[in-house]
Unconditional design. Sequence first.
Length: 349
Amino acid sequence: MRPPVRYARSGDLSIAYQVLGTDGPDLVLVPGFVSHLDLAWEEACLSGFLSGLASFSRLIWFDRRGTGLSDPSPDRLTMEAAADDVRAVMRAAGVDRPTLFGVAVGASICTRVALDDPASVRRLVLWAAHARLLADTDYPAGWSADFLDHVLGEIDRSWATGESAAVMNPSLAGDERFRDWFARNARAAASPAQVRELFGLCAAVDLRAEFCTVGTPTLLLHRRGDPWLSVEHSRSVARLIPAARLVEFPGADHWPWIGDSDAVLTEVEAFVTGHRPGRRERPRWGPRSLTRREREVADFAVQGLSAQQIGTRLFISERTVETHIASAYRKLGVRSRVELVRRAADAGL
């Protein structure tokens, strides 16, 4: 169920946030780069990840200033202003000493909050953390200046089409449904000019000298094959933060909710609650009960492909396709492809 949008005051700005769950420790999610609180719930992988976090915590997440449903920033974006937004949301939501969970640039923002006021943060979970975005003589993991220029030069075109989703998350290559959603989400979350300003903020960050002073217990998470931010970033950060533990996952997707998100949720839950759950069981029915292959087959079926065409796309037999479709029908409570098409939006297909 989509939670209501609320607003916190950060100076003169209104910051949109949502609260999910009522039980468990407070967990504040600081999203990476851009977000849109409304459109996030139209993507099954992201909404499922948020619901997974809320299953063991009281989850608070928000759109940073200049993104999504929050006010645009009248001044140039700074890390200090981004940290102010986190604190504003914490106050509005009645949060006391939460765990902060930051994704990519969100990891830097969470670190800033912990550095400025260590007593206000219980733990840090940093996904794809990096001391700085750009490479330096003693920091080879970063981007080259030429690559940053290339990314900035492509924003007007790629931001409109959503193609960067597959660049950052290779498992989504060829997934037109996700690409369409990402393009809508990106355009609604920020304009190309705002995106370039965000990259300017990211490129200006350098936490190498400060990470060594972080005393907050810290969990670092990264996929080894991440094509956007190399795992070497988190390995470097792990050497700098005294109280850090690094967990590396197989795979090459940049976002934690793409790919094997259950493994990510398991590590976060163990760190936040002190209890390590067993491998998460899928529900027996409903959209979240679908296996990845069943979802792929059902998605192609909604697009109108025949069982033979789906089998050719996925390199599986026609009989196997029919088995997956029958299983998807049963789990979703539909009896025909016509019903499946009608239910596609609700099922995240």
